[in-house]
Design a protein around this ligand. Structure first.
Ligand code: GH3
Ligand code: MG
Length: 454
């Protein structure tokens, strides 16, 4: 699917011109003739990028941009301001109203497409993070305004020209701690050690700044770091190559302190936003696969991993075996020591399970006091051995209940090895039947399943 771009301009001729250029590059284009229509179209059409004219009657581009960035449904869409003016105040005002970038008319096609590609790449990453998980917590984070920079950030300025580097460092917002590096090797090291932003001077005498940017993007530790590149005015080829390499933004020499500040703030805000999404996503992924009481995997997760392991086994891979372990007379443990005492036993049980596992094995709390362990690569004899070890380890010493008391616990276990072409459901059923046999035979026992064919 091609990217959709919303073009906003009060002059029909300008709209048609941009529309034609973008359509020629296979972008999907929608249009609006004023700020109000632009906001409505952005909410409805959810474009991937907005090209916004500054000078419009009624509501101007700055105000439109501010409203777009205030609105939760359009906040994530990158905005490029387009203007005939090339005044520093206008650029800064645009950036301060939340615009992601700035282009001056007449628009140079090469620069336009490089900018568009760069912003679309960024949006793809953010969209992926936004869509992967739609938990309540995540949508809460999404609805928060991006906000001002409140806490301290760390920037590294890499320039072969020490005087220029010092000038860039002096132009940083107050809450940014800046480190100056004049050598690309130490610069890269500084970038790897916990920086939030890099300023790379592509006009540096003595080293190839574009090569350095490529290195930064290729390195897993710095791949996500925002890069602001300094270039000479009129050096469109460098600007385009830099943006295509994944540089996030460009600033021209001589560097204007106000513009530097605005661009740095935009990059840092965006990074904070992406970091927050990433952390949130990690946490909700973790929560989605973990049993909160024991810290073992949960039922849903183990079911999907079992399917995977059996599929690869059925495709000629290693064998897979499975254990189902159920604590004996757990109800009477609860009755005797209270629900809380029962929970202590469950946690202690999980600890012993984990202590006894091989690195490859996956353990889950499957239900109340029922546990499933998947053993990739293990045959029935191995599974039986592991079951017997676990049974003995549970019976070997009483469980501490946290209040000075302790409880003697035993477990019954059924184990089974997956057979050719067998389904996960069938394997679980056979292991469960073995477990019931172990219960019937007196508990504190291990039984191996019969073959599915028998
Ligand atoms: P058996 O030897 O036949 O397995 O007997 P049992 O008592 O272990 O089995 P039963 O299924 O009769 O009882 C299981 C009990 O586990 C009942 C339920 O209240 C308790 N239980 C389930 N989930 C939890 C939990 O999260 N914490 C605690 N403390 N108890 C739980
Ligand atoms: Mg039980």
């Amino acid at each position: 699917m091609s990217a959709r771009i919303l073009v906003v301009d009060d002059q029909p001729a300008n709209v048609r011109l941009l529309e034609a250029k973008l359509q020629a590059e296979y972008f999907d284009v929608c249009t609006a003739v004023d700020g109000f229509a632009a906001i409505e179209a952005a909410k409805l059409e959810q474009p991937d990028l907005i090209l916004l004219d500054v000078m419009m009657p009624g509501m101007d581009g700055y105000e439109t941009c501010r409203l777009l960035k205030d609105e939760p449904r359009t906040r994530h869409i990158p905005v490029v301001m387009v203007t005939a003016l090339d005044q520093r105040e206008d650029r800064i005002r645009g950036l301060e109203s939340g615009a992601d970038d700035f282009l001056t008319k007449p628009i140079d096609d090469v620069t336009l497409f490089a900018r568009v590609r760069s912003l679309l790449r960024l949006k793809t990453v953010l969209d992926e993070l936004r869509h992967r998980e739609s938990s309540d917590a995540l949508s809460y984070v999404m609805s928060e305004p991006i906000g001002d920079l409140d806490s301290v950030a760390r920037a590294v300025v890499i320039s072969g020209d020490p005087r220029a580097a010092t000038r860039y460092a002096a132009a940083m917002p107050a809450q940014v701690r800046t480190q100056v590096e004049t050598d690309p090797v130490t610069g890269l090291e500084a970038a790897r050690s916990n920086a939030d932003l890099l300023i790379v001077d592509l006009t540096s005498p003595g080293f190839d700044g574009l090569r350095l940017c490529a290195r930064i993007r290729a390195d897993a530790a710095t791949r996500q770091l925002p890069i602001l590149a300094v270039i000479n005015p009129g050096d469109t080829p460098s600007a385009v190559r830099a943006l295509d390499l994944g540089v996030n933004d460009i600033i021209h020499r001589p560097v204007d302190a106000g513009e530097m500040m605005a661009r740095v703030s935009t990059q840092l805000r965006r990074k904070r936003y992406a970091d927050r999404l990433r952390t949130q996503l990690d946490e909700s992924l973790e929560m989605a696969i973990t049993d909160p009481l024991t810290g073992l995997h949960n039922r849903r997760y183990i079911a999907s991993r079992l399917h995977q392991a059996m599929e690869s086994s059925n495709n000629g891979g290693a064998p897979v075996s499975l254990l189902i372990a159920d604590i004996d007379h757990f109800k009477s443990i609860n009755d005797r020591y209270g629900h809380e005492g029962g929970d202590y036993v469950l946690r202690g049980f999980a600890e012993r399970v984990q202590r006894d596992l091989r690195a490859l094995d996956l353990a889950a709390r499957y239900g109340g006091e029922e546990f499933v362990i998947v053993m990739p690569g293990a045959g029935l004899a191995e599974a039986r051995g592991a079951s017997e070890r676990l049974r003995a380890s549970i019976a070997s010493e009483p469980f501490d209940l946290g209040d000075g008391r302790s409880a003697c616990v035993t477990v019954s276990i059924g184990c089974a090895q997956a057979e050719d072409g067998e389904s996960a459901e069938s394997l679980l059923r056979r292991a469960d039947e073995a477990l019931y046999l172990a219960k019937d035979e007196g508990r504190n026992r291990v039984e191996a399943a019969h073959s599915a064919a028998a």
